[in-house]
Each structure stands twice: as C-alpha cells, then as structure tokens.
Ligand binder design. Structure first.
Ligand code: FMN
Length: 312
C-alpha cells in the first residue's frame, strides 16, 4: 500500500468536479430538491431529468421492471415542460453550486426545432453545460426514431443547440447503432464539446404467467449491470476516435466499475441504476472505493488511469 495524496478531481470542459461521479439524468433528479439531495450525498456533478418543450405525462404504469441483469424502463420522458421547469432547475443550480457541485442541464425535443426552443429557454439560466438527450429509446411512438441513430440528424440537432447557447454541450448517444464512432465524429464536427456514452439499450421483458410484455410500453431501455460492458466498449471506441471528453454512463455501481470506464477513456462517470442497488450513498461509496483502489495500486491521480486500457 502506497500512502500518497490521491487526486480524484476532474475538469470537464472547464467544470470543476470534486470527484468523477455524476447523477445520471432521470434518476432521482426530478425536482430541484432531489438534485441537491444527490449533491449532498457526494455526487461530483448533477444531471437533472431531461426537459422538453411542453409538459408530458410519460407512459402509463408499469414503467420499470427489474430483471436478473438490470432494469428495464419506459418512463417516457415525463416532465413539466421547459417553462414550468425553470424555477426547479434554477433552485438546483444555485444550491448545488453552494456545495461546489456543477449542474448540467439535460434536454430533449421531438423535432430539431424543439431542441432549439428548449435550449433558448434554458439559456436564460446561464448553464455552464448542457446534455442533449438524442437517444431516449422509449419514445419512438411519439417522436419516431431517436436522433442518435443517424449521424446527420444527430449533427443537425447539435448545430441548432450550439446556435442557441453559450454553454458547453455534451451529446448523449445511443448504444444500439452499427458504428457509434461515426455518430460521434458527426456530432463533434457539429460542435459537441463532450460525448455522453451511452443512454439505455432497447429491450423487453415478458411475464411468462400472463404471456405479455411487462411494461405498458412493451419495450423499454435496459440500464444497470447489463449495460456496463456495452458502455465500456463504446467509451473505448470513442476514446480512439474523438478528442473531446467522454462521460461514461451504463451500469456503474462500484468503484471498480468507475475505474474500468476511466481506463477505457472516460473523463467522468454517471450513476443512475446504481442508486437502486446501493442507495443514494452510492456516490460516496464509489468515490471511496476508487480512492482505496488507487492507494492500493499506487496511482496518485485519474490522469494516470485514463485511457490505460489502450496501452499496447
Ligand atoms: C428510470 C430511468 C429514467 C431515465 N430518464 C432519462 C432521461 O430523462 N434522460 C436521459 O438522458 N436519460 C435517462 N435515463 C438514462 C440514464 O440517464 C442512464 O444513461 C442509463 O440509465 C444508464 O446508466 P445506469 O446503468 O447507471 O442507470 C433514464 C434511466 C432510467 C433507468
């Protein structure tokens, strides 16, 4: 055991994070107070629930089911709409900033123009960074194919977002594409400052007693344990392809999971389903486990670990 001071701080596009863990969008962070709650419990940054142009109820229950390898959800992007969300988001930004925790606002739209409309309104809050949800897999019945499934459409959205904001922009991509590198190149060329990899993976769980899909929406997005190797592979490929920071998302539950993503090339890691597995303390636990690992292995900072898996 080497007794070194361990530096786990992160600079993400100029945002200072005390540790590399982030609350993933859609988990817990529905209200401003919930975002502050995650910040109080050690999250290094917060991504609140994705906000769209107008109020949406989302899908009907059941919207979430656990299976052996993770969770399947089809929540359907319920939100109050951007106008009604500004007060909650402002509250989250102010009170998280008091704790030294940056808030990255997440948004979606049904059309490219709607992304522009939402960004325009969010920009009144002067956010430092936005996460553009191009990749929700559960809303095809309302919006059609997710933008992240097509390089051209994804890039068009990022261009519109950039035209309407001074904030840094992370493009949240989908894992279910033949070549995530192609989509990443297109969004970076269109001005994305970071990539979030990835959103959930389409899946289905059938109840054999009834013979029917469990979720009301029938299909949903897989999150949790099963997502980790998928996300790690995406991050690994992206690290070799684009020069912007990569935010890992998918299955991070322990310090080792976070280290694995950083070794693949991630700058920071989001935690969503890990909260179901380990409670809101997951952010502190993952951070402590990362520090314990680094002490044991003799690493003094995350720079020494980032991208390590690419060594020949
Ligand atoms: C219940 C639920 C709701 C989610 N809502 C959103 C959302 O509003 N916007 C978004 O970009 N991602 C959303 N996600 C995806 C998560 O942010 C995350 O990318 C994904 O769950 C993988 O990470 P995890 O395995 O740590 O949960 C949601 C996931 C779950 C499980």
């Amino acid at each position: 055991m080497v007794d070194l001071p361990i530096d786990i701080s992160v600079d993400l596009c100029g945002l200072k994070m005390k540790n590399p863990t982030m609350l993933a969008s859609g988990l817990v962070g529905i209200s401003g107070a919930a975002c502050v709650f995650a910040a109080q419990h050690g999250a290094g940054a917060i991504v609140p629930k994705s906000i769209g142009p107008r109020e949406r109820e989302g899908h009907k229950n059941p919207i979430l089911v656990e299976f052996q390898g993770g969770f399947l959800n089809a929540v359907g992007l319920p939100n109050a709409g951007v106008d009604q969300s500004l007060i909650e988001l402002e509250f989250a930004m102010k009170h998280c900033a008091d704790k030294g925790v940056p808030v990255i606002l997440s948004l979606f739209g049904g059309t490219k123009e709607e992304f522009g409309e939402v960004v325009n309104k969010l920009s009144t809050l002067n956010p430092a960074m936005l996460e553009v949800n191009l990749s929700c897999p559960n809303t095809a019945s309302d919006f059609g194919r997710a933008f992240a499934l097509d390089a051209q459409h994804a890039a068009d959205v990022i261009r519109i977002v950039n035209q309407n904001t001074m904030a840094k922009v992370s493009a949240k991509l989908a894992p279910n594409v033949p070549d995530i590198k192609e989509i990443a190149r297109a969004v970076v060329e269109a001005g994305a400052d970071a990539i979030t990899a990835t959103n959930t993976m389409p899946g289905m769980v059938i109840d054999v007693a009834t013979g029917k899909p469990v979720l009301q929406n029938k299909e949903g997005g897989i999150s949790g344990y099963a997502m980790k190797p998928i996300a790690v592979r995406c991050i690994y490929d992206l690290y070799k392809t684009v020069k912007v920071p990569i935010i890992g998302s998918g299955g991070v539950t322990t310090g080792n999971d976070a280290i694995e993503m950083i070794m693949a090339g991630a700058t920071a890691v989001q935690i969503g389903t890990g909260i179901y597995y380990r409670g809101i303390e997951v952010f502190k636990k993952v951070t402590e486990e990362m520090i314990a690992f680094m002490k044991k292995e003799g690493y003094a900072s995350l720079h020494e670990i980032r991208g390590l898996a690419h060594r020949e």
